[in-house]
Design a protein around this ligand. Structure first.
Ligand code: BGP
Length: 469
């Protein structure tokens, strides 16, 4: 494709990578940490538990040193709610406060900017017992948790992310292990959108509190955003794509940025008798948030067609093919895209298209908080050859630079993941990291660290500020 001269990445571009607490830390019930919803859920057969993970809790110094060796400008990690507040509210765990103090200080020692996700799929189990996000009280618990983090870490953490992939929590919560419906629930969609509403209110309150307590800090949401294509140029397929874009993407960003429900998403909720109940004051709270930037995870695009008249509701988006919503959209496997070993479509140009669309809708700077390829990496003679990962990341970085050339404002890039960790539902065999962790699904060995080929490649990318790909 012919293109005008590429614009360079900004000088202070935040190159780094991401992890989340429940997938990387281990030590899940030690040093006073309370269980999260992830610790009490049934793990899928054949996958490992979350008690060791990559054992970052005990290896953080080594891990941050390796990230510094790659030249990271930022490290995105999440703070475990139940490590700070074992019951989600009330009593504080001093060892938890200390752990993240140490982690943050270790990052700063190497001039690595901590990028902190406040909540990444791990609501405290004690809050789940009172109904989880279905219970409005959890909004106050989240604000209490936010305040605790701002008080303890706000002097050093400049960048905050509110809720990781809130849209996936709503679309595929049962798969991630975060959805908890009351036993007598007769309309799951309604329950999901009520929980979603509570999270949106909690997010807006946390953003407003951050601005009040930490005027120099920046905060933003971190949904999973990817453009939805129509399966053909039939006008009804275009309508289906707009429908799915609304419930998958724009609901979350229209709310975070403008404080209003997207009208198509609202119409969808009306049709499913799933309109959320607003408590007095919610409308104003939702408008008071105002993110400073948008963080978003991107793995692949989705494609949909308009469902046939006799089509019944099926499962919602599974990150790969969509799912079915009668009268609204139906997932479609895009024949133009290759797939990873785990069946995820690969679409670097879709990344550019997504960034362009987001910038023209919201005009806010953006940071990529996840992007990456899961594979069965092999350790041989102390080496891990992962050319497939390098190729995936290279193509996405190229497209990001094209999007910058198109005029989008990009602040940084944090692929998933800095280091191998436990997948959301496919255990330890699905690896994403630049750093290999030597352990098997059930034999955790010593969790020794090894540099993959992609480690050396990414170091070069960062050193050259994205010029040497
Ligand atoms: C995102 C999550 C991450 C992560 C990643 C890869 O949805 O935010 O927590 O795990 O996807 O997904 P998986 O582990 O299912 O391969």
């Amino acid at each position: 494709m012919i293109h005008k001269k590429l614009k360079p990445f900004p000088k202070d571009f935040l190159w780094g990578a991401s992890t989340s607490a429940y997938q990387v830390e281990g030590a899940n019930l030690t040093d006073g940490k309370g269980p999260s919803c992830q610790d009490v859920k049934k793990v899928p057969e054949g996958t490992s538990e979350l008690d060791v993970c990559a054992d970052q809790y005990h290896h953080y110094k080594e891990d941050i040193a390796l990230m510094a060796e790659m030249g990271f400008k930022t490290y995105r990690f999440s703070i475990s709610w139940s490590r700070l507040l074992p019951k989600g509210t009330g009593e504080v765990n001093p060892l938890g406060i200390e752990y993240y103090n140490n982690l943050i200080n270790e990052c700063l020692k190497y001039n690595i900017e901590p990028l902190v996700t406040m909540y990444h799929f791990d609501i405290p189990a004690a809050l789940d017992e009172i109904g989880g996000w279905g219970n409005r009280k959890v909004i106050d618990c989240f604000v209490e948790f936010a305040k605790l983090m701002f008080e303890n870490y706000g002097d050093r953490v400049k960048y905050w992310l509110t809720i990781n992939e809130q849209n996936m929590l709503t679309l595929v919560g049962p798969l991630i292990g975060t959805f908890n419906a009351p036993k007598d629930c007769t309309n799951v969609t309604k329950e999901l959108y009520q929980q979603n509403h509570h999270m949106l209110v909690a997010q807006a309150k946390a953003m407003a509190l951050c601005h009040e307590m930490l005027p120099n800090a920046k905060i933003g949401p971190a949904p999973n955003i990817s453009l939805v294509y129509p399966a053909s140029c039939k006008p009804e397929d275009m309508l289906a794509a707009q429908n799915f874009n609304a419930v998958r993407n724009w609901l979350y960003l229209d709310m975070a940025v403008y404080g209003v429900y997207n009208n198509l998403a609202w119409a969808y909720m009306e049709e499913h008798d799933a309109v959320p109940v607003f408590a007095p004051g919610d409308e104003e709270i939702l408008k008071s948030g105002h993110p400073d930037f948008i963080g978003f995870n991107y793995y692949n695009t989705s494609t949909v067609e308009f469902p046939g008249a006799d089509e019944k509701d099926g499962t919602q988006n599974d990150q790969q093919n969509g799912g079915v919503e009668a009268g609204f959209f139906k997932g479609f496997a895009n024949p133009n895209l290759p797939r990873t070993e785990f069946g995820w479509e690969i679409d670097p140009q879709g990344f550019r298209a997504t960034i362009r669309e987001m910038y023209s809708r919201y005009r806010l700077p953006m940071i990529i908080t996840e992007n990456g390829l899961g594979a069965y990496d092999k350790l041989e003679d102390g080496k891990i050859h992962d050319p497939y990962r390098i190729e995936y990341l290279r193509k996405h970085i190229e497209q990001m630079q094209l999007a910058i050339t198109d005029g989008a404002e990009m602040m940084g890039y944090c692929p998933w993941s800095a280091i191998d960790l436990i997948s959301t539902h496919e255990g330890m065999v699905k690896r994403y990291g630049f750093i290999y962790v030597d352990r098997e699904e059930f034999d955790v060995k010593n969790c020794d660290r090894y540099r993959k080929d992609s480690f050396f490649w990414y170091k070069k990318v960062i050193e050259s500020n994205g010029e040497d790909l």
